[in-house]
Design a protein. Structure first.
Length: 199
């Protein structure tokens, strides 16, 4: 019975993430999610307490997946090579593209992250990235934080862009070249921020 409950919860989250990412919180109905997941709408209330609970579970799952992928991508290596670091972070974010879209959509729809997302995930992730960057690069925490925020924002923007638009924006001939240019741009930005004059 517990296994069935976990499968149903997982199916609802898996269904809801791309729907929330595409249409936003307000335009995505529990009826549409239930229909797409082929379950009754009452189960959303049962497992999540309603749409807000499901949405927050989706955000939690996106951050969990990003964390797992990032840990796997960087396992066993100290990534002092900025280009390699940006390539891996870009790959992680591209692999969770719907999730990144959901997080960006939250800001577009509300003008800010929800208190749940900000408190539970965003601020702790910024703090973690700040400490890691300051330690790895040897720069002051304020400079590392600025770099982490800037790279995160730029990375998410590149990731949510569809391939055709990214090719057009960079003026490249192929999607592969456009992705390479995005990674190169992230690396150039990171190096500039890491080397910026300390105030």
């Amino acid at each position: 019975m517990q296994a069935d409950a976990q499968l149903t919860r997982a199916r609802l989250i898996e269904t809801a993430v791309p729907m929330f990412a595409q249409s936003g919180y307000h335009a995505t109905t529990t009826r549409a999610i239930a229909g797409a997941a082929q379950i009754t709408g009452a189960l959303i209330n049962h497992y999540f307490g309603g749409k807000r609970g499901l949405y927050e579970a989706c955000v939690d799952e996106v951050y969990r997946r990003l964390g797992v992928r990032a840990k796997e991508a960087m396992a066993g290596e100290i990534l002092a090579n900025v280009e390699m670091l940006m390539e891996r972070l870009y790959g992680v974010a591209r692999a969770e593209r719907d999730g990144v879209r959901l997080l960006v959509r939250e800001v577009l729809d509300r003008g800010r992250l929800s208190p749940h997302t900000e408190r539970k995930h965003f601020i702790p992730e910024i703090e973690r990235a700040t400490q890691m960057t300051a330690g790895l690069i040897g720069i002051p925490a304020a400079q590392a934080r600025t770099a982490a925020v800037t790279i995160g924002y730029l990375l998410s923007r590149f990731v949510i862009q569809d391939d055709r638009s990214l090719v057009a924006a960079f003026g490249t001939r192929s999607v592969k070249e456009a992705h390479a240019r995005a990674i190169q741009t992230l690396a150039i930005t990171a190096r500039a921020l890491f080397a910026a004059r300390k105030e």
